[in-house]
Design a protein around this ligand. Structure first.
Ligand SMILES: Nc1ncnc2c1ncn2[C@@H]1O[C@H](COP(=O)(O)OP(=O)(O)OP(=O)(O)O)[C@@H](O)[C@H]1O
Ligand SMILES: [Mg+2]
Length: 427
Protein backbone atom coordinates (compact mmCIF):
# COMPACT_ATOMS: atom_id res chain seq x y z
CA UNK A 1 0.00 0.00 0.00
CA UNK A 2 1.19 3.47 -0.69
CA UNK A 3 1.85 5.91 2.11
CA UNK A 4 4.01 7.56 -0.51
CA UNK A 5 2.90 10.52 -2.54
CA UNK A 6 2.55 9.51 -6.17
CA UNK A 7 4.40 11.42 -8.84
CA UNK A 8 4.14 11.24 -12.60
CA UNK A 9 7.19 12.29 -14.57
CA UNK A 10 6.59 13.29 -18.18
CA UNK A 11 9.47 13.93 -20.53
CA UNK A 12 10.43 13.25 -24.13
CA UNK A 13 13.74 11.67 -23.28
CA UNK A 14 13.91 8.15 -21.96
CA UNK A 15 17.24 8.87 -20.32
CA UNK A 16 15.86 11.72 -18.24
CA UNK A 17 12.88 9.60 -17.21
CA UNK A 18 15.20 6.86 -15.97
CA UNK A 19 17.33 9.25 -13.96
CA UNK A 20 14.33 10.96 -12.34
CA UNK A 21 12.65 7.67 -11.59
CA UNK A 22 15.65 6.38 -9.68
CA UNK A 23 16.22 9.68 -7.89
CA UNK A 24 12.61 10.16 -6.74
CA UNK A 25 12.04 6.53 -5.83
CA UNK A 26 15.02 6.76 -3.58
CA UNK A 27 13.41 9.76 -1.92
CA UNK A 28 10.23 7.88 -1.05
CA UNK A 29 7.96 8.82 -3.92
CA UNK A 30 5.73 6.41 -5.77
CA UNK A 31 7.00 7.18 -9.29
CA UNK A 32 5.47 6.50 -12.68
CA UNK A 33 6.74 7.86 -15.97
CA UNK A 34 5.36 8.72 -19.39
CA UNK A 35 7.35 9.44 -22.50
CA UNK A 36 5.93 12.44 -24.32
CA UNK A 37 2.92 14.68 -23.77
CA UNK A 38 0.41 12.31 -25.28
CA UNK A 39 1.39 9.41 -23.05
CA UNK A 40 1.40 11.87 -20.15
CA UNK A 41 -2.19 12.88 -20.80
CA UNK A 42 -3.20 9.23 -21.03
CA UNK A 43 -1.56 8.51 -17.70
CA UNK A 44 -3.43 11.41 -16.08
CA UNK A 45 -6.80 10.07 -17.17
CA UNK A 46 -6.78 6.93 -15.09
CA UNK A 47 -5.66 7.59 -11.58
CA UNK A 48 -4.35 11.15 -11.27
CA UNK A 49 -1.11 11.31 -9.28
CA UNK A 50 -0.47 13.68 -6.40
CA UNK A 51 2.25 15.44 -8.35
CA UNK A 52 3.12 15.89 -12.03
CA UNK A 53 6.66 16.75 -12.98
CA UNK A 54 7.02 17.91 -16.54
CA UNK A 55 8.60 20.41 -18.87
CA UNK A 56 6.14 19.67 -21.63
CA UNK A 57 3.01 21.74 -22.23
CA UNK A 58 0.07 19.36 -22.02
CA UNK A 59 -3.29 20.87 -23.00
CA UNK A 60 -5.99 20.05 -20.45
CA UNK A 61 -3.48 18.71 -17.97
CA UNK A 62 -4.14 21.54 -15.56
CA UNK A 63 -7.73 20.48 -14.95
CA UNK A 64 -6.63 16.86 -14.68
CA UNK A 65 -4.40 17.65 -11.74
CA UNK A 66 -7.38 19.05 -9.98
CA UNK A 67 -6.76 21.74 -7.38
CA UNK A 68 -3.06 21.39 -8.02
CA UNK A 69 -0.53 24.00 -7.14
CA UNK A 70 2.23 25.01 -9.52
CA UNK A 71 5.86 25.41 -8.79
CA UNK A 72 8.42 26.46 -11.34
CA UNK A 73 11.96 25.38 -11.31
CA UNK A 74 14.64 26.94 -13.46
CA UNK A 75 16.85 24.75 -15.62
CA UNK A 76 19.53 23.67 -14.97
CA UNK A 77 18.64 22.53 -11.46
CA UNK A 78 20.29 20.35 -8.89
CA UNK A 79 18.80 17.08 -7.72
CA UNK A 80 18.43 18.55 -4.25
CA UNK A 81 16.37 21.45 -5.58
CA UNK A 82 14.14 19.11 -7.49
CA UNK A 83 13.57 16.81 -4.54
CA UNK A 84 12.91 19.77 -2.25
CA UNK A 85 10.26 21.16 -4.55
CA UNK A 86 8.59 17.77 -4.92
CA UNK A 87 8.47 17.41 -1.16
CA UNK A 88 6.95 20.84 -0.82
CA UNK A 89 4.28 19.91 -3.36
CA UNK A 90 3.49 16.71 -1.47
CA UNK A 91 3.19 18.58 1.79
CA UNK A 92 0.99 21.20 0.19
CA UNK A 93 -1.33 18.52 -1.08
CA UNK A 94 -1.66 16.90 2.29
CA UNK A 95 -2.41 20.23 3.94
CA UNK A 96 -4.98 21.08 1.30
CA UNK A 97 -6.82 17.82 1.80
CA UNK A 98 -6.85 18.30 5.56
CA UNK A 99 -8.02 21.84 5.19
CA UNK A 100 -10.88 20.81 2.96
CA UNK A 101 -12.01 18.21 5.48
CA UNK A 102 -11.99 20.73 8.29
CA UNK A 103 -13.93 23.28 6.29
CA UNK A 104 -16.53 20.69 5.37
CA UNK A 105 -16.92 19.73 9.00
CA UNK A 106 -17.38 23.35 10.05
CA UNK A 107 -19.97 23.94 7.35
CA UNK A 108 -21.77 20.77 8.31
CA UNK A 109 -21.86 21.78 11.95
CA UNK A 110 -23.19 25.20 11.08
CA UNK A 111 -25.97 23.65 9.09
CA UNK A 112 -26.90 21.12 11.73
CA UNK A 113 -28.55 21.62 15.07
CA UNK A 114 -31.12 19.16 16.18
CA UNK A 115 -34.09 18.95 13.92
CA UNK A 116 -36.17 15.87 14.12
CA UNK A 117 -35.99 14.17 10.73
CA UNK A 118 -39.29 14.73 8.95
CA UNK A 119 -41.56 12.01 7.66
CA UNK A 120 -44.81 10.35 8.61
CA UNK A 121 -44.72 7.39 6.23
CA UNK A 122 -44.87 4.10 8.07
CA UNK A 123 -41.52 2.93 6.69
CA UNK A 124 -39.87 6.13 7.86
CA UNK A 125 -41.53 6.12 11.27
CA UNK A 126 -40.07 2.65 11.80
CA UNK A 127 -36.62 4.05 11.06
CA UNK A 128 -37.09 6.88 13.55
CA UNK A 129 -38.31 4.53 16.24
CA UNK A 130 -35.29 2.28 15.78
CA UNK A 131 -32.93 5.27 15.82
CA UNK A 132 -34.49 6.50 19.07
CA UNK A 133 -34.14 3.05 20.61
CA UNK A 134 -30.48 2.58 19.75
CA UNK A 135 -29.38 6.17 20.41
CA UNK A 136 -28.80 5.79 24.17
CA UNK A 137 -26.83 2.56 23.71
CA UNK A 138 -23.19 2.39 22.68
CA UNK A 139 -23.93 0.00 19.82
CA UNK A 140 -22.32 0.46 16.46
CA UNK A 141 -24.92 1.31 13.82
CA UNK A 142 -24.82 0.71 10.09
CA UNK A 143 -27.16 2.88 8.03
CA UNK A 144 -27.84 1.68 4.52
CA UNK A 145 -29.85 3.53 1.93
CA UNK A 146 -29.71 5.05 -1.54
CA UNK A 147 -27.91 8.33 -1.94
CA UNK A 148 -29.86 11.31 -0.65
CA UNK A 149 -32.23 9.33 1.57
CA UNK A 150 -31.07 11.06 4.75
CA UNK A 151 -28.40 8.74 6.15
CA UNK A 152 -26.45 11.59 7.66
CA UNK A 153 -29.62 13.15 9.05
CA UNK A 154 -30.35 9.88 10.89
CA UNK A 155 -26.76 9.54 12.08
CA UNK A 156 -26.87 13.03 13.59
CA UNK A 157 -30.25 12.31 15.15
CA UNK A 158 -28.81 9.22 16.86
CA UNK A 159 -25.88 11.27 18.09
CA UNK A 160 -28.04 14.10 19.42
CA UNK A 161 -30.20 11.68 21.39
CA UNK A 162 -27.21 9.84 22.85
CA UNK A 163 -25.21 10.38 26.00
CA UNK A 164 -22.41 11.57 23.71
CA UNK A 165 -24.39 14.53 22.39
CA UNK A 166 -21.99 17.02 23.99
CA UNK A 167 -18.95 15.09 22.83
CA UNK A 168 -19.23 16.21 19.24
CA UNK A 169 -20.22 14.61 15.95
CA UNK A 170 -17.26 13.84 13.74
CA UNK A 171 -17.72 12.74 10.20
CA UNK A 172 -15.42 11.43 7.53
CA UNK A 173 -16.27 10.48 3.98
CA UNK A 174 -14.24 7.35 3.32
CA UNK A 175 -14.72 7.71 -0.44
CA UNK A 176 -13.34 11.22 -0.70
CA UNK A 177 -9.70 10.50 0.09
CA UNK A 178 -7.01 8.25 -1.37
CA UNK A 179 -6.05 5.36 0.87
CA UNK A 180 -2.94 6.93 2.38
CA UNK A 181 -4.69 10.17 3.31
CA UNK A 182 -7.72 8.33 4.65
CA UNK A 183 -5.56 6.28 6.99
CA UNK A 184 -3.77 9.31 8.29
CA UNK A 185 -7.13 11.07 8.81
CA UNK A 186 -8.53 8.09 10.70
CA UNK A 187 -5.57 6.97 12.75
CA UNK A 188 -3.24 9.96 12.63
CA UNK A 189 0.41 9.79 11.71
CA UNK A 190 3.77 10.48 13.25
CA UNK A 191 6.19 13.03 11.87
CA UNK A 192 8.40 11.66 9.12
CA UNK A 193 6.34 8.49 8.60
CA UNK A 194 5.98 9.37 4.94
CA UNK A 195 6.98 12.16 2.62
CA UNK A 196 4.76 15.12 3.46
CA UNK A 197 4.23 14.09 7.09
CA UNK A 198 6.05 17.09 8.46
CA UNK A 199 4.53 16.98 11.92
CA UNK A 200 2.64 14.58 14.18
CA UNK A 201 -1.01 14.52 13.36
CA UNK A 202 -3.86 13.38 15.53
CA UNK A 203 -6.34 11.09 13.79
CA UNK A 204 -10.09 11.47 14.00
CA UNK A 205 -10.45 8.37 16.15
CA UNK A 206 -8.43 10.20 18.77
CA UNK A 207 -9.99 13.62 18.15
CA UNK A 208 -13.53 12.27 18.41
CA UNK A 209 -12.92 11.00 21.94
CA UNK A 210 -16.19 11.09 23.88
CA UNK A 211 -18.23 11.75 20.75
CA UNK A 212 -19.73 10.00 17.76
CA UNK A 213 -17.70 9.17 14.67
CA UNK A 214 -19.72 8.97 11.47
CA UNK A 215 -17.92 6.91 8.83
CA UNK A 216 -19.68 7.84 5.64
CA UNK A 217 -19.45 5.75 2.46
CA UNK A 218 -17.79 2.94 4.34
CA UNK A 219 -18.20 0.71 1.28
CA UNK A 220 -15.51 2.73 -0.51
CA UNK A 221 -12.83 1.81 2.01
CA UNK A 222 -9.95 -0.24 0.62
CA UNK A 223 -9.40 -3.79 1.93
CA UNK A 224 -6.15 -2.77 3.64
CA UNK A 225 -7.85 0.05 5.54
CA UNK A 226 -10.77 -2.24 6.40
CA UNK A 227 -8.35 -4.53 8.23
CA UNK A 228 -7.03 -1.59 10.24
CA UNK A 229 -10.50 -0.34 11.05
CA UNK A 230 -11.55 -3.79 12.20
CA UNK A 231 -8.60 -3.84 14.55
CA UNK A 232 -9.57 -0.48 16.02
CA UNK A 233 -13.14 -1.66 16.62
CA UNK A 234 -11.97 -4.87 18.25
CA UNK A 235 -9.14 -3.53 20.36
CA UNK A 236 -10.61 -0.08 21.00
CA UNK A 237 -7.24 1.46 20.24
CA UNK A 238 -5.55 2.95 17.17
CA UNK A 239 -1.95 3.05 16.08
CA UNK A 240 -1.01 6.15 14.07
CA UNK A 241 0.57 5.60 10.65
CA UNK A 242 4.28 5.11 11.17
CA UNK A 243 3.85 4.94 14.93
CA UNK A 244 4.24 2.15 17.46
CA UNK A 245 2.22 3.38 20.40
CA UNK A 246 -1.49 2.65 20.47
CA UNK A 247 -3.90 5.42 21.42
CA UNK A 248 -7.09 4.46 23.27
CA UNK A 249 -10.29 4.94 21.31
CA UNK A 250 -13.47 6.15 22.97
CA UNK A 251 -15.96 6.78 20.20
CA UNK A 252 -19.32 5.50 19.12
CA UNK A 253 -19.16 4.51 15.48
CA UNK A 254 -22.04 5.07 13.10
CA UNK A 255 -21.29 3.98 9.55
CA UNK A 256 -23.26 4.58 6.36
CA UNK A 257 -23.21 3.36 2.80
CA UNK A 258 -25.31 3.53 -0.32
CA UNK A 259 -23.77 0.30 -1.58
CA UNK A 260 -25.13 -3.17 -1.13
CA UNK A 261 -22.46 -4.42 1.26
CA UNK A 262 -23.71 -7.99 1.18
CA UNK A 263 -23.17 -7.95 -2.56
CA UNK A 264 -19.71 -6.45 -1.99
CA UNK A 265 -18.93 -9.25 0.43
CA UNK A 266 -19.87 -11.82 -2.19
CA UNK A 267 -17.54 -10.14 -4.64
CA UNK A 268 -14.76 -10.06 -2.09
CA UNK A 269 -14.74 -6.27 -1.90
CA UNK A 270 -15.86 -5.97 1.70
CA UNK A 271 -14.74 -8.01 4.69
CA UNK A 272 -17.35 -10.18 6.35
CA UNK A 273 -15.85 -9.76 9.82
CA UNK A 274 -15.90 -5.97 9.52
CA UNK A 275 -19.45 -6.08 8.22
CA UNK A 276 -20.64 -7.94 11.31
CA UNK A 277 -18.74 -5.58 13.58
CA UNK A 278 -20.45 -2.57 12.03
CA UNK A 279 -23.83 -4.11 11.49
CA UNK A 280 -24.72 -4.61 15.15
CA UNK A 281 -27.75 -2.45 14.54
CA UNK A 282 -28.85 -2.21 10.91
CA UNK A 283 -30.97 0.70 9.74
CA UNK A 284 -32.35 0.64 6.22
CA UNK A 285 -33.52 3.97 4.93
CA UNK A 286 -36.23 3.48 2.32
CA UNK A 287 -35.98 5.49 -0.91
CA UNK A 288 -38.37 8.42 -1.23
CA UNK A 289 -40.43 6.70 -3.93
CA UNK A 290 -41.34 4.07 -1.35
CA UNK A 291 -42.61 6.68 1.07
CA UNK A 292 -44.42 9.09 -1.16
CA UNK A 293 -46.52 10.18 1.78
CA UNK A 294 -43.49 12.16 2.92
CA UNK A 295 -43.02 14.19 -0.24
CA UNK A 296 -45.47 16.92 0.74
CA UNK A 297 -44.13 17.30 4.29
CA UNK A 298 -40.65 17.61 2.90
CA UNK A 299 -41.49 20.18 0.24
CA UNK A 300 -43.23 22.33 2.82
CA UNK A 301 -40.20 22.12 5.07
CA UNK A 302 -37.79 22.93 2.26
CA UNK A 303 -39.89 25.81 0.92
CA UNK A 304 -39.97 27.41 4.34
CA UNK A 305 -36.27 26.73 4.94
CA UNK A 306 -35.31 28.22 1.57
CA UNK A 307 -37.55 31.23 2.21
CA UNK A 308 -35.91 31.84 5.57
CA UNK A 309 -32.47 31.76 3.98
CA UNK A 310 -33.60 34.21 1.32
CA UNK A 311 -35.40 36.33 3.86
CA UNK A 312 -38.72 36.21 2.03
CA UNK A 313 -42.17 34.63 2.35
CA UNK A 314 -42.34 30.93 1.40
CA UNK A 315 -43.49 30.43 -2.17
CA UNK A 316 -46.54 28.32 -2.95
CA UNK A 317 -46.69 25.45 -5.42
CA UNK A 318 -49.17 25.39 -8.29
CA UNK A 319 -51.41 22.33 -8.26
CA UNK A 320 -49.76 20.88 -11.36
CA UNK A 321 -46.35 21.33 -9.81
CA UNK A 322 -47.48 19.46 -6.69
CA UNK A 323 -48.76 16.62 -8.84
CA UNK A 324 -45.46 16.38 -10.67
CA UNK A 325 -43.55 16.30 -7.38
CA UNK A 326 -45.80 13.53 -6.08
CA UNK A 327 -45.59 11.46 -9.24
CA UNK A 328 -41.85 11.61 -9.85
CA UNK A 329 -39.63 8.70 -8.87
CA UNK A 330 -36.84 10.72 -7.16
CA UNK A 331 -33.79 8.57 -7.91
CA UNK A 332 -31.74 11.15 -5.97
CA UNK A 333 -34.26 11.00 -3.12
CA UNK A 334 -34.68 13.79 -0.55
CA UNK A 335 -31.58 15.60 -1.72
CA UNK A 336 -32.92 15.73 -5.27
CA UNK A 337 -36.25 17.08 -4.01
CA UNK A 338 -34.46 19.74 -2.01
CA UNK A 339 -32.36 20.77 -5.01
CA UNK A 340 -35.35 20.84 -7.35
CA UNK A 341 -37.18 23.19 -4.98
CA UNK A 342 -34.22 25.46 -4.51
CA UNK A 343 -33.88 25.79 -8.24
CA UNK A 344 -37.62 26.35 -8.63
CA UNK A 345 -37.67 29.10 -6.02
CA UNK A 346 -34.84 30.89 -7.78
CA UNK A 347 -36.43 30.53 -11.21
CA UNK A 348 -39.91 31.62 -10.16
CA UNK A 349 -40.49 35.32 -10.51
CA UNK A 350 -43.91 35.20 -8.86
CA UNK A 351 -44.89 33.89 -5.46
CA UNK A 352 -46.20 30.68 -6.99
CA UNK A 353 -43.98 27.97 -8.40
CA UNK A 354 -45.49 26.51 -11.51
CA UNK A 355 -44.66 23.43 -13.48
CA UNK A 356 -42.26 25.23 -15.81
CA UNK A 357 -39.93 26.02 -12.91
CA UNK A 358 -39.41 22.36 -12.10
CA UNK A 359 -36.67 20.32 -13.79
CA UNK A 360 -37.72 18.94 -17.18
CA UNK A 361 -37.36 15.35 -16.14
CA UNK A 362 -40.23 15.79 -13.71
CA UNK A 363 -42.61 16.81 -16.43
CA UNK A 364 -41.56 14.43 -19.15
CA UNK A 365 -44.14 11.85 -20.05
CA UNK A 366 -43.41 8.84 -17.96
CA UNK A 367 -42.68 5.70 -19.95
CA UNK A 368 -42.95 3.57 -16.84
CA UNK A 369 -46.31 2.52 -15.49
CA UNK A 370 -47.33 4.12 -12.22
CA UNK A 371 -47.39 0.76 -10.54
CA UNK A 372 -44.46 -1.55 -11.15
CA UNK A 373 -45.23 -5.20 -11.73
CA UNK A 374 -43.73 -6.29 -8.45
CA UNK A 375 -43.39 -3.10 -6.43
CA UNK A 376 -41.66 -3.06 -3.05
CA UNK A 377 -44.35 -0.89 -1.60
CA UNK A 378 -47.53 -0.04 -3.41
CA UNK A 379 -48.59 3.58 -3.41
CA UNK A 380 -52.10 4.19 -2.11
CA UNK A 381 -54.96 4.64 -4.56
CA UNK A 382 -55.18 8.26 -3.50
CA UNK A 383 -51.59 8.94 -4.45
CA UNK A 384 -52.02 7.20 -7.80
CA UNK A 385 -55.24 9.02 -8.55
CA UNK A 386 -53.77 12.39 -7.73
CA UNK A 387 -50.65 11.67 -9.77
CA UNK A 388 -52.64 10.40 -12.73
CA UNK A 389 -55.09 13.28 -12.73
CA UNK A 390 -52.24 15.73 -12.62
CA UNK A 391 -50.44 13.96 -15.40
CA UNK A 392 -53.49 14.04 -17.67
CA UNK A 393 -54.10 17.67 -16.82
CA UNK A 394 -50.51 18.44 -17.76
CA UNK A 395 -50.74 16.52 -21.02
CA UNK A 396 -53.85 18.52 -21.89
CA UNK A 397 -52.04 21.77 -21.27
CA UNK A 398 -54.05 22.54 -18.14
CA UNK A 399 -57.40 22.40 -19.94
CA UNK A 400 -59.75 20.96 -17.31
CA UNK A 401 -62.65 20.21 -19.64
CA UNK A 402 -60.46 18.17 -21.97
CA UNK A 403 -58.74 16.49 -19.03
CA UNK A 404 -62.12 15.45 -17.61
CA UNK A 405 -62.99 13.94 -20.97
CA UNK A 406 -59.78 11.90 -21.08
CA UNK A 407 -60.32 10.80 -17.48
CA UNK A 408 -63.88 9.82 -18.26
CA UNK A 409 -65.32 11.83 -15.42
CA UNK A 410 -67.62 14.82 -15.15
CA UNK A 411 -65.79 18.17 -15.16
CA UNK A 412 -67.47 19.01 -11.85
CA UNK A 413 -65.95 15.87 -10.32
CA UNK A 414 -62.56 16.94 -11.56
CA UNK A 415 -63.03 20.45 -10.13
CA UNK A 416 -64.02 18.95 -6.80
CA UNK A 417 -60.95 16.74 -6.68
CA UNK A 418 -58.66 19.59 -7.64
CA UNK A 419 -60.17 21.79 -4.96
CA UNK A 420 -59.63 19.06 -2.42
CA UNK A 421 -55.95 18.75 -3.39
CA UNK A 422 -55.63 22.50 -3.20
CA UNK A 423 -56.86 22.48 0.39
CA UNK A 424 -54.71 19.55 1.41
CA UNK A 425 -52.99 20.09 4.69
CA UNK A 426 -50.26 17.68 5.73
CA UNK A 427 -51.12 15.48 8.65
N1 LIG B 1 -36.21 13.13 6.90
C1 LIG B 1 -35.66 14.29 6.54
N2 LIG B 1 -36.11 15.44 7.06
C2 LIG B 1 -35.56 16.61 6.70
N3 LIG B 1 -34.56 16.75 5.82
C3 LIG B 1 -34.04 15.64 5.29
C4 LIG B 1 -34.56 14.36 5.63
N4 LIG B 1 -33.86 13.43 4.93
C5 LIG B 1 -32.97 14.09 4.21
N5 LIG B 1 -33.05 15.42 4.42
C6 LIG B 1 -32.23 16.44 3.75
O1 LIG B 1 -31.87 15.91 2.49
C7 LIG B 1 -30.49 16.12 2.20
C8 LIG B 1 -29.79 14.80 2.06
O2 LIG B 1 -29.72 14.12 3.31
P1 LIG B 1 -28.40 13.34 3.78
O3 LIG B 1 -27.19 14.13 3.44
O4 LIG B 1 -28.59 12.92 5.17
O5 LIG B 1 -28.53 12.09 2.80
P2 LIG B 1 -27.49 10.90 2.55
O6 LIG B 1 -28.29 9.66 2.54
O7 LIG B 1 -26.38 11.02 3.51
O8 LIG B 1 -27.05 11.23 1.08
P3 LIG B 1 -25.68 10.85 0.30
O9 LIG B 1 -25.71 9.39 0.10
O10 LIG B 1 -25.84 11.63 -0.94
O11 LIG B 1 -24.56 11.30 1.18
C9 LIG B 1 -29.96 16.96 3.35
O12 LIG B 1 -29.98 18.31 2.97
C10 LIG B 1 -30.93 16.72 4.48
O13 LIG B 1 -31.02 17.83 5.32
MG1 LIG C 1 -24.32 11.41 3.13
Amino acid sequence: MSQQPSILVVDDEMGILDVLRILLKGEGFDVSTAQGGKAGLEALKGNPPDIVLTDIKMPGAIQAVNQGAFYYIQKPFSNDDLVAICRRAAEQRLLKAENKQLKQEIRRRERSGLVKPLGKARAFQDVLKLAEQVAPTESTVLIQGESGTGKEVIARYIHELSARADGGFFSLNCGALPESLLESELFGHVKGSFTGAVRDKQGLFAAARGGTFFLDEIGEMSPATQVKLLRVLQEREAIPVGGTEAIPVDVRVVAATNRDLEEDIKRGRFRTDLYYRLNVIAIHLPPLRERRDDIQILWEEFLSRIAKERDEQPKALAEEAKGALLAYDWPGNVRELENALERAVVLSKSTTIDLAALPDKLTERRAEPLVAERPHVNPTLDVIERAYITWVLQSEGGNKTRAAEVLGIDPSTLYRKLTRYEGDVPG
